[in-house]
Design a protein around this ligand. Structure first.
Ligand code: IFM
Length: 481
């Protein structure tokens, strides 16, 4: 791919890259599971990330991240907002814990802000930052909610970016050091770790399209940024295991089927769609689970892979986190050196507020591939959800039937996959409270709960009550007629 692909064109393609408001999520049939009863022990949770919820960016010694810099420029953000308050969760984390507890969730996926722990990305620890995560973890444990901490959810410390960011071979080592630090300091109570969040999105949207931090538009960065995140992940897994035993370690990927755009007659779209699959899915799955790169990804990462690297990227994991939103559509583009161009979903398909196609079968497709082609790893669905219609207004949709429908249909696919032999241990909704959705600012609202931005007060939506019943009964309701 080249940096002449516009963000608008790729918007329907990618999780993590949102754009035009079209409609909220709506109904569509899927193959039904034999039983709607989830097994006991199945984990239910909600997922968030530090930069999207914490606020308090310059409080208690936190250092800046690349998102402070990129998101601090109103021109980069749809509504010109910033994350200086977000959902104020640095101060209001007990409100979040109460909501998780109220829904009966047994797990919470949050991320640790690297630059709150290590303001320079390395070196001296910020004790107050550490204390915050200790308080959060303890508050969760007090309510029997299992903490799952993501170590890198896109908010690279600015100091490391200035030393080369993910283009540098040093950043993987810094990730490993930071991971070891978290394990040493918090691992007595925090047992579940997710190393990376959606590395493909960070690579492509942050370094090629430039519409998310660090805001670069340089196709030459695809190779090093992809490989160094994989390398850092491998080193971080090793570092966590060396730091202490008894940890449960995984990572989270934005998996998406890559489909040839157009009709069956558009056969020239097939090869670019396969190549995109290799860059989006294979370039992260294969080094971790197989110890190599798919052929098409080799072409871009090859020059950066040193002897011994793939032995590091391939690590045993306890679970693979699957984030799923929609399939991608790709077409042949002769103006692009890679011949990969963004295509559109078929006409008439349902789109969510982000212009992402709503297609739960795409989740089923990726779960089947994990089962058949990748050794059937233990899976947690670590993100899935949809936004209210995008709006500059503060108000959310309290009776969010479209979200209930969206969650139900994706959960039918999860259950079906389990019945076909996929070891899926849990499901985390994205997200708990409407938060700061990156370059879309506050215009997108993915929460089970709304928040009054003036008071910080949270109110539950209908989907929260629906999830609460599901968690209690473990039984997936049928569609309301
Ligand atoms: O908000 C994001 C999250 O940070 C990563 N996955 C997709 C979500 C919704 O766009």
């Amino acid at each position: 791919m080249d940096n002449n692909i516009s963000r608008r064109a790729l918007a329907p393609l990618m999780a993590g890259a949102g754009l035009a408001a079209t409609a909220a999520c709506g109904p569509m049939g899927t193959q039904q599971p034999a039983s709607r009863q989830f097994p006991s022990g199945f984990k239910w949770g909600a997922a968030t990330s530090a930069f999207q919820i914490e606020g308090a960016l310059d409080v208690d010694g936190r250092g800046p991240s690349i998102w402070d810099v990129f998101g601090g420029n109103p021109a980069h953000i749809a509504d010109g907002s910033n994350a200086s308050v977000a959902t104020d969760s640095y101060r209001r984390y007990m409100d979040d814990v109460a909501l998780l507890d109220g829904a009966g969730f047994g797990a919470y996926r949050f991320s640790i802000s690297w630059s709150r722990m290590l303001p320079e990305g390395a070196g001296a620890v910020n004790q107050k930052g550490l204390d915050y995560y200790r308080r959060l973890v303890d508050a969760l444990l007090a309510k029997n909610i299992e903490p799952y901490a993501t170590l890198f959810h896109w908010d690279l410390p600015q100091a490391l970016f200035e030393k080369g960011g993910w283009a540098s071979r040093d950043t993987p080592k810094r990730l490993a050091d930071y991971s070891a630090l978290v394990a040493h300091q918090l691992g007595d109570r925090l047992k579940n770790f997710i190393i990376l969040n959606e590395a493909a999105v960070h690579t492509v949207v942050g370094h090629l399209l430039g519409t998310q931090a660090p805001g670069l538009k340089d196709g030459k960065l695809l190779g090093p940024v992809t490989h160094h995140q994989n390398l850092g992940q491998g080193l971080a897994i090793q570092a966590l295991r060396a730091a202490r035993g008894g940890l449960t370690i995984g990572t989270t990927m934005a998996l998406a089927p890559s489909r040839a755009a157009g009709s069956v007659w558009d056969i020239m779209n097939i090869l670019p769609a396969r190549a995109f699959d290799a860059l989006w899915n294979g370039a992260y799955l294969d080094p971790l689970l197989r110890g190599n790169y798919p052929w098409a990804a080799q072409l871009i990462v090859g020059p950066f892979v040193k002897d011994g690297d793939v032995a590091i990227t391939r690590q045993p994991i306890d679970f693979l986190g699957v984030n799923y939103y929609s399939p991608t559509y790709i077409k042949f583009d002769k103006t692009n050196p890679s011949y990969i161009g963004p295509g559109l979903p078929p006409k008439g398909v349902e789109l969510d507020a982000f212009g992402r196609e709503i297609d739960p079968s795409g989740l089923g497709e990726m779960l089947t591939r994990l089962r058949d082609d990748y050794g059937n790893p233990h899976v947690l669905v670590t993100e899935n959800g949809c936004s209210d219609p995008l709006s500059m207004k503060a108000s959310a949709v309290p009776n969010d039937k479209f979200r209930i429908d969206y969650l139900r249909r994706h959960l039918e696919v999860v259950k079906l996959a389990m019945e076909k032999g996929s070891p899926i241990g849990g499901y985390f909704v994205w997200t708990l409270v409407d938060n700061w959705e990156w370059d879309q600012g506050f215009t997108a609202k993915f929460g089970l709960c709304a928040m009054d931005r003036k008071t910080g007060v949270r109110t539950t939506k209908a989907s929260y009550a629906w999830m609460k019943t599901l968690v209690k009964t473990m039984r997936l309701p049928h569609a309301e007629v």
